[in-house]
Design a protein. Sequence first.
Length: 402
Amino acid sequence: MATRLVAGRRRAEWTTTHDGRGVVTPPVWRASTVLFDSVAELRAAGRDANAGLYYGRRGTPTQWSLAESLTELEPGAAGTMLYPSGVAAVTTALLAVLKPGDELLLVDSAYDPTRAFARSVLEPMGITTRFYDPLVGAGIADLIGPKTRAIFLESPGSLTFEVQDVPAIVAVARAHGLVTLLDNTWATPLLFPAIARGVDLTILACTKYIVGHSDAMLGSVTAGPAHWETLRRTTHALGHCVSPDDAFLASRGLRTLALRLKAHGEAALTVARWLATRPEVARVLHPALPDCSGHDIFTRDFAGASGLFAFVLAGGDDAARTALIDGLAHFGIGYSWGGYESLALPVDPAAIRTATRWQTEGPLVRLHIGLEDVDDLIADLARGLDRFAEARGGMGKTSSEA
Ligand SMILES: *Cc1c(COP(=O)(O)O)cnc(C)c1O
């Protein structure tokens, strides 16, 4: 994988000039209009979607090299389409496989905007959604009805980190002729090669670890052979295209992905294990730790962990949690994750759930562990837990719902 990330898509025709010399990195090609030598050539290019430069919306070598390299990371994949955000990737993948009258099975721990899209766009189109327990495994078979067309997975789940039994669900889907889609943003293909595991369409919010520097929005969908043409058609029909500058930033991020993921993963596990020893912490929701639902499946299926997890405070209320987060020196407060910097966020999944109940001993904090010195992060969190304990004060370890 590390070798592929370095060697990937530095094709000679994208890096070499007419004198035969080449640069290391494919440069940024910006384009709307593409010029042809003749009317005949213009017409010929229009007949073949793979014929190279045609019009800016179809991309330039800058976007193609990124898409190609993402495909290379997924053994068995047929191709990758790029999107202006992770949400656009999720919604386009769903529109590519669903039609009016279909039913979608959507995991209850999915990223909230994915749920919102099912309600606000799919439902008015006559596509119904049924939410399912992330721990359902092969039991998904009991939820399949005559209209079920697709199963959407996200593993580990957003905010709560339940690990799904992807192979079991994929096997049931195959037996029933259903399409599977996986939001693989947390693991990336480096930690979970989704297409090789039988998933039909795998989705990345490249905004997170692929770009890796919190400075561009981008999404991708990589498809197996059965769904690639449909995905491409739908994407072109919806007019999606991405900025070559953003694609360049993602390609640059990809070069160091293996190193960064390893560093994020190791530091996050160190912080998670330390948090688990603290009396102010009731539970740590990190897939590599036994308190996380689906931990056994994680150990079986994943090549490692990335840098995002959450922990449940022992009692306290939102004000006590805020005292912890507000005073942190090395953790930013903000959405997204996957950049080189650490982030802390108050999260409240209970109100989002519909198929399962989410109940905890106290409020929840989500952390993204960046590339800072891990001792600095732990010292910062130790001071934060002191502030939390003081703010919790006489309340003691009360039981409250997050
Ligand atoms: C952030 C995120 C998305 C959406 O990505 P954007 O680029 O922010 O639109 C989708 N899925 C998951 C799991 C995410 O964390």
